[in-house]
Design a binder for this molecule. Structure first.
Ligand code: RP5
Length: 181
């Protein structure tokens, strides 16, 4: 297992069904790095390494992990099975992998959990949002992380307001904003 945040304790476990999921799941790791949250990242397959999955999920809380981000494609049972084995919050990332029908297989496998075992499912391939959500969860208890998530959202707001101004400067009518000025 690898942690790229050597100065921060590992609080998020990023796991995925295969290394072929890495190009998508890296976005979660990048967000966590930006927030200064320590993470580890590895492959855990529900179907090909079921005993590793059980061990990972059962030991995660005791190892100091606070949130698990689990990505998988196709018959994507990893997030749900991990959620059944730990009390930690599990964020599921449905991945449109090469053997996926059209992505709906991954989405529904992760989303349609039975009562009692929730998985916080993000959009298809939305590993970045999974990282942000993990930051929000940890930020609810750690003010410095919460501030970083808030700053990130303020930055998004500023970007959109710049786009509003750009459209106004191109002459598109915008009574809503014009009346404010
Ligand atoms: C799933 O099967 C993995 O999460 C991956 O999305 C997909 C394909 O895996 P590989 O055949 O590339 O190992 O379990």
């Amino acid at each position: 297992m690898v942690s790229t945040e050597k100065n921060h304790p590992i609080q998020v476990g990023i796991i995925m069904g295969s290394d072929s999921d890495l190009p998508i799941m890296e976005a979660a790791a990048n967000v966590l790095s930006a927030f200064g949250i320590g993470y580890e990242l590895t492959v855990v397959s529900a179907h090909r390494t079921p005993l590793r999955m059980v061990e990972y999920a059962q030991k995660a809380a005791g190892r100091g992990i606070k949130v698990i981000i689990a990505g998988a494609g196709g018959a994507a049972h990893l997030p749900g099975m991990v959620a059944s084995l730990t009390h930690l919050p599990v964020i599921g990332v449905p991945i449109k992998s090469s053997n996926s029908i059209d992505g709906w297989d991954s989405v529904l496998s992760i989303l349609q959990m039975p009562n009692g075992i929730p998985v916080a499912t993000v959009a298809l391939n939305a590993a970045k949002n999974a990282g942000i959500l993990a930051g929000s969860i940890i930020g609810a208890f750690e003010a410095s992380i919460g501030e970083k998530v808030a700053d990130y959202k303020s930055q998004l707001e500023a970007e959109v307001l710049t786009k509003v101004k750009n459209l106004q400067s191109k002459g598109f009518p915008n009574e809503f904003d014009s009346k404010k000025n």
